[in-house]
Design a protein around this ligand. Structure first.
Ligand SMILES: N[C@@H](CCC(=O)N[C@@H](CS)C(=O)NCC(=O)O)C(=O)O
Length: 216
């Protein structure tokens, strides 16, 4: 029997769920995924079934954890490899993961995650483009200093999990990207857990589609 559960929203749309799920899977926690189909507005089952009214929400071995960054930290306690081993690199990884957690509202609003559609060219508001420029600077710096293909080298960690939904948005909206960013997008998309998430998203029923995310 599993040792807990992870509540998530639609895999097609829920970017925070993707981050939390990646951290949980990277740490190999034995928990069952419970997908709550999201509503056009607030989702009653998420509001009533989680401490903050938001997914992802993790229950594991007696612990209750919410807020994606807290879930990443919890998973990293169990699997320290989620953060870089080197103290300086770890400080950098935590900083850029926190920057993602707290910011990039312009990108998130103009380019909501939708794994099943192509909205190439849409969403290029000034705010989104400014966020993309900052994200490319973060990625470029980390990839150059740590050698890629992931942000902190050879293994996919918590920082990559935090930026995976940005990768998904870039694949859907296709903003112009520098070559190094484009290579990182492909590396993340090709990771087996990210591929698994896309495959599970594609299996979601049509009844779960939400107009607010399908308009482009
Ligand atoms: N700050 C939260 C954000 C989580 C969040 O906004 N989750 C969305 C889904 S992506 C949600 O639960 N929305 C409520 C709903 O759809 O009813 C975190 O880091 O986990």
């Amino acid at each position: 029997m599993a040792n807990g559960r992870l509540l998530i929203g639609n895999r097609r749309y829920s970017s925070w769920s993707l981050r939390g799920w990646l951290a949980v899977r990277l740490a190999e926690l034995d928990v069952t995924d419970e997908v709550i189909p999201m509503s056009e507005g607030t989702t009653p089952a998420i509001k009533d079934g989680t401490p903050a009214g938001l997914v992802p929400y993790l229950e594991h071995d007696g612990a209750r954890v919410w807020e994606t960054l807290a879930i990443c930290e919890y998973c990293a306690e169990i699997a320290p490899r989620l953060w870089p081993q080197d103290r300086l690199a770890r400080a950098e990884a935590r900083s850029i993961a926190s920057e993602m957690h707290a910011g990039f509202r312009g990108l998130r609003q103009a380019m909501p995650m939708n794994l099943g559609r192509s909205f190439a060219g849409s969403g290029r508001t000034p705010e989104a483009l400014a966020d993309i420029a900052r994200i490319e600077a973060i990625w470029g710096d980390a990839l150059q200093r740590h050698g890629g293909p992931y942000l902190f080298g050879a293994s996919f960690g918590a920082a990559d999990a935090m930026y995976a939904p940005v990768v998904a948005r870039f694949l859907t909206y296709e903003p112009e990207l520098a070559g190094r960013s484009a290579a990182y997008v492909q590396a993340v998309r090709g990771h087996s857990l990210v591929t698994q998430w896309y495959e599970l998203a594609a299996q979601e029923p049509e009844a779960w589609l939400l107009q607010k995310y399908e308009r482009g």
